[in-house]
Design a protein around this ligand. Structure first.
Ligand SMILES: *[C@@H]1O[C@H](CO)[C@@H](O)[C@H](O)[C@H]1NC(C)=O
Ligand SMILES: *[C@@H]1O[C@H](CO)[C@@H](O)[C@H](O)[C@H]1NC(C)=O
Ligand SMILES: *[C@@H]1O[C@H](CO)[C@@H](O)[C@H](O)[C@H]1NC(C)=O
Ligand SMILES: *[C@@H]1O[C@H](CO)[C@@H](O)[C@H](O)[C@H]1NC(C)=O
Ligand SMILES: *[C@@H]1O[C@H](CO)[C@@H](O)[C@H](O)[C@H]1NC(C)=O
Ligand SMILES: *[C@@H]1O[C@H](CO)[C@@H](O)[C@H](O)[C@H]1NC(C)=O
Length: 419
């Protein structure tokens, strides 16, 4: 009746779930009938309002206007009235989400502002009995070890109603160990080969929050996550395919397991890193380039260098005319002292390791150190001519002087001769 004060004075037939409760409020017998009019009251009807909103329809069936009013009494039927009956159920969790390390302490507060007849916590660890004189109730566990725990806070606003709110709990465990290995392979790798690295993560929870990152040196090369809803600790493996090049010789790989526990979790997120895995890459020799042809003056010294890279370290040797000249490790230098024309020709440097060999050829030209013969002859001739010329001049001068002596005193003799 309280719900519908506007309808006071009217006969109400409350239809609940389609059933009409039998309740006769009064009998209209008019002034000739017994006073007060005979009244029969039915047994009280219990109406239960369920937690889920029920639909309540109300209709006015008739109006009691007495015998002076029109017969039959005027009847107006209202539209059905939809009334949602909902008891307030406000529960607040603080914090709304708990991230806790396995075996650590955990707690959360549940509070309400509503009047209630009892509130408490239901949990497989640390349940709290219902209390009716509190507005805040704390769930607290000293060492949380129930992996599947699903605590919820409940409150009964009235004896027939219970509302509850679930606490989101994430229990984590950092990996016991993170190790890296090569699958089906030991020892050095060969350049260009395909290899698989494996990262084994033991006893980690929850696996769905695990991310495995692969690093080569300090460079992130890959990331892997694991879709799984298992809450308890599991073992997981991540793999990485690699095809190493010679530049990767000596590279260090490592993998890192991280639990992405979100802002509620520890900061920075817990991380466990494997020991580094050093890889050795084997490859065939490669000789450093150099001059294709080298010249040397006869009698002088000359050196021919040859350096090669390779893993394992190549053996480098020089040979000439099918004769081995020198051998050495990665690097060797052939020295020819006092080159002779016989030393001229093609020299071959060969670098060899277990993965192959490479050669480089150098042509040695031995040049004659003495001036060439035609030049000597020309110079000799010129000197000879100069000497002859000088001798000539001297002789000529002497002849002229003696002529004077012969001719000077006797001009006439000459004239006589001319005559
Ligand atoms: C829970 O409430 C108590 C009392 O108000 C307070 O001391 C405690 O810090 C609260 N805990 C959390 C997790 O909010
Ligand atoms: C718990 O929190 C996680 C992460 O925020 C979310 O994915 C999950 O749906 C939540 N679970 C419940 C029951 O609220
Ligand atoms: C490793 O070797 C085993 C047995 O030799 C074989 O069954 C397995 O398939 C190999 N795994 C890979 C990744 O090559
Ligand atoms: C994980 O691996 C370890 C060592 O191999 C083993 O002892 C343990 O039982 C494994 N755990 C699971 C959940 O399989
Ligand atoms: C890996 O290489 C680093 C440096 O390059 C070296 O310090 C370390 O000892 C090596 N580890 C192994 C197992 O060879
Ligand atoms: C070097 O020896 C190979 C065979 O060993 C031969 O074929 C080649 O003719 C030789 N070269 C010279 C310059 O002797």
């Amino acid at each position: 009746m309280l719900l519908f004060p506007k309808l006071a004075g009217l006969v109400l037939i409350v239809l609940i779930n389609g059933e009409t409760p039998d309740s006769t409020v009064g009998q209209t017998v008019g002034p000739d009938g017994p006073q007060p009019p005979p009244t029969v009251t039915s047994d009280p009807l219990d109406i239960t309002v369920h937690e889920t909103p029920d639909r309540v329809s109300i209709s006015t069936v008739g109006q009691t206007v007495g015998p002076d009013g029109p017969q039959p009494p005027p009847t107006v039927t209202s539209d059905p009235l939809d009334t949602t009956v909902q008891a307030p159920c406000i529960l607040t969790l603080q914090p709304p989400k708990v991230v806790v390390k396995y075996g650590d302490k955990a707690s959360a507060n549940c509070s309400t502002t509503t009047d209630h007849i009892g509130m408490g916590w239901e949990a497989s660890q640390g349940p709290v009995d219902m209390k009716d004189d509190v507005q805040l109730i704390t769930w607290s566990v000293d060492s949380l070890v129930e992996w599947g725990i699903k605590p919820f806070c409940f409150m009964n606003p009235n004896p027939d109603k219970q509302c509850k709110v679930h606490l989101n709990v994430t229990i984590y465990k950092t990996p016991e160990s993170v190790s890296i290995s090569t699958v089906n392979h030991t020892g050095p790798m060969i350049e260009g080969g395909q290899y698989e690295l494996q990262c084994d993560i033991q006893n980690v929870a929850p696996a769905e929050l695990l991310t495995v990152s692969w690093f080569k040196g300090d460079t992130l090369v890959n990331k892997e996550t694991f879709a799984n809803s298992i809450k308890t600790p599991v073992n997981r493996s991540a793999t990485l395919q690699i095809s190493p090049s010679r530049a990767d010789d000596g590279a260090q790989y490592r993998c890192e397991a991280e639990l992405d526990l979100g802002p509620e979790g520890p900061q920075p997120p817990p991380t466990v890193t494997s020991d580094p895995l050093n890889i050795t890459v084997h490859y065939g020799p490669e000789i450093e380039s150099g001059d294709e042809s080298v010249e040397v003056y006869e009698g002088r010294d000359v050196t021919l260098p040859c350096t090669a890279e390779g893993n394992p370290e190549p053996e480098v040797k020089w040979s000439f005319n099918n004769q081995s000249k020198t051998t050495g490790g990665r690097q060797t230098t052939l020295t020819i002292s006092g080159a002779t024309p016989a030393d001229g020709g093609e020299y071959t440097c060969t670098a060899t390791n277990t993965f192959g060999s490479q050669t480089r050829r150098v042509f040695l030209v031995v040049k004659d150190d003495r001036p060439p013969l035609p030049l000597i002859i020309s110079i000799s001739l010129i000197i000879l001519l100069i000497v002859i010329f000088i001798i000539c001049i001297i002789i000529c001068k002497k002849k002229k002087q003696s002529g004077k002596y012969d001719v000077q005193p006797n001009d006439k003799g000459l004239q006589m001769m001319l005559l």
